[in-house]
Design a protein around this ligand. Sequence first.
Ligand SMILES: NC(=O)C1=CN([C@@H]2O[C@H](COP(=O)(O)OP(=O)(O)OC[C@H]3O[C@@H](n4cnc5c(N)ncnc54)[C@H](OP(=O)(O)O)[C@@H]3O)[C@@H](O)[C@H]2O)C=CC1
Ligand SMILES: O=C(O)[C@@H]1CCC=N1
Length: 267
Amino acid sequence: MTIALLGAGVMGSTLLAALVRSGHDPADLLVADKSPERAEQVAAQHGARAARADEAAAEADVVVLAVKPQDMSGLIEQIHDDVRPGTLVVSIAAAITTDFLERRLPAGTSVVRVMPNTPALVDQGMSGMSPGSHCTPEQLEQARELMGSVGRVIVLDESHQDAVTAISGSGPAYIFYVVEAMIEAGVLLGLPRDTATELVVQTLYGAATMIRETGAHPTVLREQVSSPGGTSVSALRALEDHKVRAAFLTAMEAAATRSRQLTPPPD
Ligand SMILES: NC(=O)C1=CN([C@@H]2O[C@H](COP(=O)(O)OP(=O)(O)OC[C@H]3O[C@@H](n4cnc5c(N)ncnc54)[C@H](OP(=O)(O)O)[C@@H]3O)[C@@H](O)[C@H]2O)C=CC1
Ligand SMILES: O=C(O)[C@@H]1CCC=N1
């Protein structure tokens, strides 16, 4: 199976690396970018082949659209005449609907909309996936396998994609932000920066592993840490005083609103 990655930026190159790691023959992986030098460089890193977007689309069984939402129309115009009947088109762009893609691609093209995230780089990605109207169950399975090579996948109704984008698509940014703040707090309390970093990163990793492995509700896990009259509850009270929970709700509403704003209006 030949896979073309159109857009060799953060996500395109992340997916390419993951596909090679998961055993795809690099000779079957094509990479295109607006900058041919960038495509060459990313392809060379992984032993894949650089190509023009239209050439890559003509050859591929699966075409992954990995450009920014505002570049999507231009990219589809470039490849329109080269997408073959039976080719599966997977878009990972925020805000771009399957309807938008189906209206611009050749009639009947099978499309899947995916919202992945950057932990795909370490095979711990989370993808929310919604099939378009021509996508067969086998093609949905094909897309699930593709994204499954970089982490977990759920299939859900496309009406949820703005929320998925706000929670897991952008989610790593919020977590990194919290990590930065905790490291800064360690430094404020007098720890060397590398010590603070090690403490925070392992705490994050440990807490994430506990949530996954115990299956316990986060509230239960938080209560286990919070001794009566102790340190944790004092910190949590300060977080409540500063309305941090409400800030998270507002932040993710803002991300979903932005995703809706970026969605091109129906034709
Ligand atoms: N970064 C993230 O965490 C996530 C991103 N996404 C989605 O993935 C998509 C890509 O994001 P990301 O990788 O971060 O973006 P990048 O800007 O890093 O990568 C996009 C690449 O595509 C290139 N490009 C633009 N137009 C074309 C074209 N017509 N043909 C070929 N290449 C083209 C860009 O070139 P140039 O820069 O010169 O324009 C750039 O190199 C976006 O739609 C985003 O919404 C989804 C989930 C997570
Ligand atoms: O910030 C963005 O628009 C993209 C989509 C999800 C993560 N990054």
